[in-house]
Structures are given as C-alpha cells and as structure tokens.
Design a protein around this ligand. Sequence first.
Ligand SMILES: [Zn+2]
Length: 393
Amino acid sequence: MAWTTKNTKGEFRALYRDPAGKALTVKDSNGDTVYYPGKRAAMAAGRDAESTARRKAPQRTTTGGDIPWGDWWDQIGGNRHKTSDGDANEKIVVEKHIRPTWGTTPLNRITNHDIKEWIKELALKHSPKYVEYIYYILKVSLDLAVDEKYGVLDATPCTAKMGLPKIVKKAMPYITDADIELYRVHGLRKDYLAVLEFAYQSGMRPSEVCGLHTEAINWDTGWCYVANSLVPGMMAIRPFTKNGGTRPAPLIDQALKLVVAALDGRELRNGCGLEHLDGKPCADDLIFRTVRGAPITPRNLAQAMRNVAKKGGFKGKSPYAARRGAATAAIVGGAPQLDVEKGLGHANLDETRGYHQMTPEVRNRLQTARDAASAAPAAPALTIVRPNTTHAA
Ligand SMILES: [Zn+2]
C-alpha cells in the first residue's frame, strides 16, 4: 500500500511499507526525501518503491536469521509439547498448518505480505477463531526471534493489521425495562436503582454516571456533556471517559426525570469532595449519591445488584448491561446508527452495529413484515404498451 502526504507548498511526499510493515518515505540517492509536484506521480513512486522492497525481501543482518522456521520452532518449542493439552493442540496445529508452509523458509525470508496471503488461504477453510489461533503460534515464534535473549531477527514481519478474519462476538447481556422492574420489585436500594436506571436511560457507562456532575446537564437543550468519570478502584475523578475522550450526549425525558429526582430538595455542595486528577478545583456536586450522601461507585452498584439477584433468585446482570440495554433499545427502536454511535461514544459504527442483537422486537418486526407481505393483495397485471417496430432485412 502506498500513500502520499502534502506539504504546505502543495508538493507530495510518497510513502510505502516495507515487507516488515514499516512505513518509509521515498528518498533519492542522497537519502533526501523526494517531493513530487502531483499526487499521482507520488503514488506511482510509492508503489514502485514498495514493489522493489518486496522483491529484495528483508535481508536482515543479524546472524542466525537464515535459520529455517522449522528448525527455529524445534529449538524454542520442541521440548514444550508434552506438558499439557494446550501444548498438544499447539503441536497438532504446528504440524498440520504451520510447518508445511513455513518449515523450510528462513526466518528472515518470512514477509508480512506472505503471512497475510497465508492467513487469507486459512480463512477460506477454517473458522476465524481457529485462524487466529494458528496465526498467533507463528507470531509468538517470530516475536521470540526478535526477543533480546535470542536476537535472531531485528524485526518481526507481523504487524497490527494482518487481515485476520473477524471473530463474531456473541450477544452480550443487556438490560431492558423488565430488568429495571425486577430489581425494583426485589428491593434494590433506590439510590443504586437510580444509577442503574439512569445508565439504562442515558446509555452512559456506570463510571460516567457515578462521576456525573451537576454542571454537565444543559437544561435548555436536554443534552449532557460527558467527561468526568469515576476512576475504577480509586475515589477520584478523571476529566475524560474510558476511551480517552469527551462527548455531548442527548438525554431522553426518562433520564432527565431521574436527574430531577436525584437533585430535588438537595442542598448542593460546592465541590464534589473527590480529587480531580487534572488538579482543577471542583465547584459542583455529584448528581447521584447514596442516601447518606456518599459517592456511588460502579463496584458498589454491582455488589448491590448481585445481592438483590441472589436473594430474589433471579439471574443478575452487570451495571454495564444497562449501557448495552440503552444501545440495543435505541437500535431496535430505529434510532439512526450514527446518532447512537456519537451519543454513546462508540469507537465506530461496527461497535454500534453489534447492538443489533437477537431481541424479540427484531423478530417481531420480521414477523410483521412477512405477515404484511402475505396479506398484501396480488399486484395487478401490468399493461404496458410496447413500441411497434420492425427489423431491417
Ligand atoms: Zn468534582
């Protein structure tokens, strides 16, 4: 893959990856970066440089890099095979899938490109999980070759993106209206119930709900600025969320009502009393506190939920399942995926799509559509008048 970058003068620099996956810039014989007047020329130069690098193959200088993979494996792995079932499986995989391909190839001739091609072939015949298992054995063997202890290779040809097939995740437990009711009926304390329910109505992470400050709510717009979160295992506030960012999130009426209920009649403190890790002084209060006024942690909430489920004899769910419940409900109800992604702070639409779960509603929707199709009157026959033409002899 070649690509380009533009400098301030509007000239283009050509970039490509060597077989080990390292990004390089196209340079002239003096070792200076070449700038091209046009993007197309730069792309072409990048592609040329890449194929030249590939033809040369990685000639690594370290001694011992020319050891065939099979011999290397026997050195590092040969005596590890007899100890456990896992090792026995590993041996089978090596003999069946790895040695036949790489056994005689010197370590320094195993290229990023060739491994990717190999992965592609494996993926035609095996499950994504199995392909990953096979690949990781090869990867570990190459990582070990780079390890200082052995110093056989300077760099591994394995990179972050090897084109491994996607492993489809199982449906994850999510909370529904019925679950909230279940916890209420079985006596989850109302301060904990408020946090659980707010997580479900807002889709915020439990750590974000527990760290939510009064200033975060915009009562004019019904939006909320999600930034502060309670650091797990620490009674402290971090000014960003789990994935390092901050985000505006819309709050539906049900969520806003819970905020009103949590704050109603309370004398707000000037400062939440928890350390803010950015060192900034805090002038606001936490929205959700225990009945005695202490901060609520996700861990305490989880414990309280476990206790209630155990006592009530039902299968409990985690506080995080409330966030999944929010995403699932939004997707099932037909909210645009982009809105859900942004509002909940998902990394990307793939993650959001993951919440299109096996819900009864999705099944019902299919049922309704099929019933409607069956009930639809037969379409009337078309009466199209065609042009009257003849073919020349
Ligand atoms: Zn604070």
